[in-house]
Design a protein around this ligand. Structure first.
Ligand code: SF4
Length: 429
């Protein structure tokens, strides 16, 4: 088993119409189709009612068992390999530092986000436990088994952080609390701090407070879309999904008040039709509030409502990834940067010598997320190949080395004289 999968949508150098960015007009999702009654709300799984037997690996020629949180949770392939409940290896990574858990129900997520492999409209095609999030499969594991393994590892655990992802489900608020209690009853949150990837649609300020009181360390909100229009088109009314921009901001502001500086953040996907200026203005707004942004590169997940659209061209992604790092960790402000008439970054606001140092250090191009135990700007959550194929990495789940930096500079159009990138050379590392 491996975290790599057959590639169906390789990112191009340029987007549709030879643009080097994904423009709003072309990034429209398909409309979701109707789901037959026999497949709705996890009906197949509940009718088969196959009892679970320990770890369930997706797509393993077995009927999906009837598993429910809080007794079962799903986890990323990288986390399952690192925990030791699944064999496998990851391209150029030894393991992940974040134990990403996902609440799990036969009914699956009741939202319909256009870019997401877990979206409700997919229930006609695949049972919930066989759907992947973006690119990566999520095995299901008994919660007690997870706690037992990590508690036994103690200080020696490879995990620097645990994260509970709440999907949109009527039980997710209550079950998140139970999963958190089960964890903290055996594992000191000072040894492995806990992040919450929230589901604002069903939450109140009181829920946010309760999670903080029970020992959660960081609270994040997956805004995903950078503007209200794109939010509505990809996660709201545009795709018959229940989310609203206003509710997400309400809970994000509650998190700022309750969790405090550096302890809250928002996810943003780059390349769904926003301009680079839109995204970086949002990044600055989050920094002004005292939080951070965690960034993802749009990938057209097969079976999603955006699977016909182009992955984010790499130069758009690199510009935004680099500019976001400068705003989040190097004190540059969006007002110091310059943008062209299409909202693309044309000047990052720092002298060339400083830019060279930051680019060559490579941290700006690593996966962004909640910190681990290495340094504040290195995420524990490295999500190997969760937003790109390994042949054309968007978020590096490892420290980029010289050959990777040559490729990144090539993508940015900032190659150093005498250090040209040779296509494919990084694959020989
Ligand atoms: S709420 Fe999250 S898990 Fe559910 S469809 Fe949207 S992005 Fe996917």
């Amino acid at each position: 088993m491996t975290c790599l999968k057959k590639e169906i949508a390789l990112p191009s150098r340029a987007g549709v119409g030879s643009l080097d960015f994904n423009a709003y007009d072309i990034m429209a999702p398909r409309k979701p189709g109707a789901t037959p009654a026999a497949a709705k709300n996890g009906a197949r799984v509940k009718q088969n009612n196959v009892p679970p037997e320990g770890v369930y690996l997706p797509n393993n020629n077995r009927l999906a068992p009837h598993m429910r949180s809080p007794d079962y949770v799903q986890m990323s392939t990288a986390a399952a390999i690192t925990l030791g409940v699944m064999p496998g290896k990851m391209h150029r990574c030894s393991c992940t530092r974040c134990l990403n858990l996902l609440l799990s129900y036969p009914e699956g997520c009741r939202a319909n986000c256009a870019y997401c492999g877990l979206a409700r409209h997919r229930e006609a095609d695949r049972d919930y436990a066989d759907r992947n999030f973006i690119r990566v499969d999520w095995p299901a594991v008994p919660m007690d088994q997870i706690v037992e393994i990590v508690a036994e590892q103690g200080e020696a655990t490879p995990f620097h952080r645990m994260c509970i992802s709440m999907i949109t489900h009527p039980r997710s608020d209550e079950d998140t609390v139970t999963v958190l209690r089960r964890w903290t009853s055996r594992i000191d949150p000072a040894t492995v701090p806990v992040s919450i990837l929230s589901n604002p649609t069903t939450m109140t300020r009181g829920d946010v407070q309760q999670l903080r009181d029970l020992g959660a360390d960081i609270f994040t909100v997956a805004l995903d879309a950078a503007t209200p229009e794109i939010f509505d088109r990809t996660r709201g009314k545009g795709v018959a999904s229940p989310h609203s921009w206003a509710k997400y901001w309400e809970i994000l502001e509650d998190a700022r008040d309750i969790f405090g500086r550096e302890k809250f953040g928002a996810h943003i996907i780059v390349g769904m039709g926003e301009t680079e200026h839109d995204t970086l203005t949002l990044v600055q707004r989050l920094v002004n509030m005292g939080g951070h942004s965690h960034m993802f590169c749009f990938f057209p997940e097969k079976g999603s409502l955006m699977d016909h659209l182009p992955a984010t061209p790499r130069d758009q992604w690199r510009r935004v990834q680099l500019a976001r790092y400068l705003i989040d960790y190097r004190g540059v402000r969006v007002e110091h940067m310059r943008f062209d008439e299409q909202g693309r970054v044309s000047d990052f606001g720092l002298p060339k010598s400083e830019m060279d140092k930051i680019i060559d250090e490579g941290v700006a191009f690593r996966t962004s997320g909640c910190p681990g135990k290495v340094r504040e700007d290195i995420s524990a959550c490295d999500r190997p190949y969760g937003d790109s194929p390994p042949s054309n990495i968007a978020s590096y789940p490892f420290q980029p080395v010289a050959v990777d930096i040559r490729k990144i500079r090539h993508q940015l159009g900032m190659e150093k004289p005498g250090e040209a990138y040779v296509e494919g050379e990084e694959l020989e590392v």
